[in-house]
Ligand binder design. Structure first.
Ligand SMILES: Nc1ncnc2c1ncn2[C@@H]1O[C@H](COP(=O)(O)OP(=O)(O)OP(=O)(O)O)[C@@H](O)[C@H]1O
Ligand SMILES: Nc1ncnc2c1ncn2[C@@H]1O[C@H](COP(=O)(O)OP(=O)(O)OP(=O)(O)O)[C@@H](O)[C@H]1O
Ligand SMILES: [Mg+2]
Ligand SMILES: [Mg+2]
Lengths: 226, 226
């Protein structure tokens, strides 16, 4: 479902070129649970942002569902991002003025496929799944770090996307709460065949991965099956 | 150096009362390496924010260096926060328009105790200690999550404070980079007798702790020596 060929990404900083990705090649099959690992600064977020159609490559090919996203226009990219992908940001990126329920249901309101009542019910179910049933009226600033992270997780899963990109999804969670989230994702993967691509430093997340891709300085140094 | 008695903190959310801390009692000796652990939402950040003089208690006593901070005025609190405490936020709180070197040296500029040249030299030394020697001109938005976290760590250590409060300091770091940071803190603790209070979910951080305080729903359920 995801095919990456010779993917390169350069950032420019004043006059300096920062090569964050230097030519990546790998494939993710439908229903895979793949984990990207590597030191801080090795390019994990950059890679996930490109697959998530949030950033664009400098060079190379990225196919999602056999469609080349580097050839798409803004409208097509927005459609893929909304309908096919769920993204859990390393920095959460919640909307500060909305409460927990409103943050989670937000992408469903954009898709306009269900009634408001059904949408709210579904969002509250996801809030309960991530342990935040008693925090629905809290705004992001009125939550702990790990609670904000869980709102971001629920928001990415609520649209039942084909692909979930999770950037360090358990970084702010204790191991028990983290396990609850990983079990939720595993269930989705078994029941809906959702494809998961994690970036992580957490050994507990790696236990759930079936494939592991190891990055170092913007290059893949190892691919293995778990 | 830190004495907590019957510490309570309530947040108000509309008409609801959220009791984040429900009466904590513990002591930290000078030169301790103490770790606070507990599930997401158990009150770790709330506790560190109060000891760090960033937030105030609803009830109870907090002594730092035998001085009762709940009886201090704003000016005294600001002095303690600047001169005695280094704080590493769970959300980093870097200044977006300043680059890495400028963010790290910022508290030293506020203290006005050294020349600008000395301050910049010291800030660049700390940047090198946390592995960011090649990123001095990057702004926070031009850094990875773990690189931003390391800038926040360097900024907290650069003033050589009596007490360092570190809220999940390794959450965005791979284990090798995390170990580099913990070794740096251990060295400071041995050489300067700096007191460290970590909040963490990371088992690697716990290895460095000599005391562990376990929180659950705003109460201490266990205190142990490591
Ligand atoms: N401003 C606020 N208003 C209302 N409730 C709040 C506010 N800030 C925090 N809380 C609540 O207080 C409780 C403790 O939060 P705190 O941030 O201290 O937890 P934590 O142990 O640091 O969690 P984590 O490991 O997820 O970072 C949480 O349940 C949170 O929802
Ligand atoms: N906008 C930018 N401008 C310049 N350099 C950037 C920019 N964004 C990222 N970088 C650099 O690209 C490299 C890769 O960053 P990336 O965020 O992908 O790393 P990462 O593997 O996610 O790290 P972490 O585990 O710390 O989150 C880093 O060295 C970073 O400094
Ligand atoms: Mg990252
Ligand atoms: Mg916290």
């Amino acid at each position: 479902i995801i095919e990456i060929k010779n993917l390169k990404k350069n950032y420019t900083l004043g006059k300096t070129l920062v090569p964050a990705l230097r030519g990546l090649n790998f494939t993710v099959e439908t229903g895979d649970l793949l984990s990207v690992i590597g030191p801080s600064g090795s390019g994990k977020t950059t890679l996930l942002n490109i697959i998530g159609c949030i950033d664009f490559p400098t060079e190379g090919s990225v196919r999602i569902g056999h469609e080349e996203i580097t050839l798409m226009n803004d409208k097509q990219i927005t459609q893929i991002r909304l309908n096919k992908i769920g993204f859990i940001f390393q920095t959460f990126n919640l909307i500060p003025v909305l409460d927990v329920a409103e943050n989670i249901e937000f992408p469903l309101l954009l898709m306009k496929k269900h009634s408001k009542k059904e949408i709210r019910k579904h969002a509250e179910k996801l809030a309960d799944d991530v342990g935040l049933k008693d925090f629905l009226r809290h705004r992001p600033a009125e939550l702990s770090g790990g609670q904000r992270q869980r709102v971001a997780i629920a928001r990415a899963l609520v649209t039942n996307p084909d692909i979930v990109l999770a950037d360090e999804p358990t970084a702010n969670l204790d191991s028990q709460t983290g396990a609850q989230i990983l079990e939720l994702m595993k269930k989705m993967n078994e029941q809906e065949k959702t494809t998961f691509l994690f970036s992580t430093h957490d050994p507990n997340v790696l236990k759930y991965a079936r494939k592991i891709v190891q990055l170092k300085d913007g290059l893949i140094i190892k691919e293995s099956c778990n």
